[in-house]
Design a protein around this ligand. Structure first.
Ligand SMILES: Cc1cc2nc3c(=O)[nH]c(=O)nc-3n(C[C@H](O)[C@H](O)[C@H](O)COP(=O)(O)OP(=O)(O)OC[C@H]3O[C@@H](n4cnc5c(N)ncnc54)[C@H](O)[C@@H]3O)c2cc1C
Length: 138
């Protein structure tokens, strides 16, 4: 915990050593077996272990962007109403709206709720690509 995996030493196709970094510097970890729980297969990638991404056409599920909305009307807001609002936003040239889909979750009597709408699909997982997407979606 509190460390980053930064490199991997392999021998004959097997992982030998993990090289990690923390605020004190670099250190090594060795084990009989390794489990890649990095979410984005970072251990597999550093060890040159092949992975699969997406379906037969390389397509992945679109991630969603969740944010808090206030000043909502005190009633249910259905998907149709939200989708129409997103369409209107797109027609008004809002560059951050990509699909007419989403939902608002809130108790009927509240004026504050949580909205989720699809965000963009990343081309890769580089920090540059993620930063570009984050700035675009702000
Ligand atoms: C915007 C968004 C919305 C989502 N919405 C939903 C949803 O509504 N429903 C749903 O079911 N799923 C959703 N998901 C997907 C869900 O979050 C993931 O499928 C799930 O978290 C994957 O769990 P995991 O344990 O495999 O990886 P993660 O939860 O990503 O955990 C991986 C951990 O490894 C650490 N790590 C990564 N690389 C290194 C490294 N080199 N060194 C050290 N540590 C490292 C990370 O910091 C992280 O703590 C969403 C994902 C995103 C991004």
């Amino acid at each position: 915990m509190h460390a980053n995996l930064v490199d991997v030493k392999t021998s004959q196709g097997r992982i030998q050593t993990l090289i990690c970094s923390d605020d004190e510097g670099l250190f090594e970890i060795q084990a009989n077996n390794y489990v890649d729980a990095s979410g984005n297969a970072n251990l597999a990638r550093l060890a040159n272990i092949s992975t699969e991404r997406g379906d037969d056409e390389g397509l992945v599920q679109q991630s969603s962007l969740v944010f808090k909305l206030s000043r909502l009307p005190k009633r249910d807001i259905g998907m149709k109403e939200l989708n129409e609002a997103i369409s209107a936003g797109k027609e008004a040239d809002n560059p951050n709206l990509f699909k007419e889909k989403g939902m608002i979750i809130k108790p009927k009597e509240e004026t504050v709720g949580y909205c989720t709408i699809p965000s963009i699909i990343l081309k890769n997982l580089s920090s540059q690509e993620k930063t570009t997407a984050e700035l675009l979606l702000r």
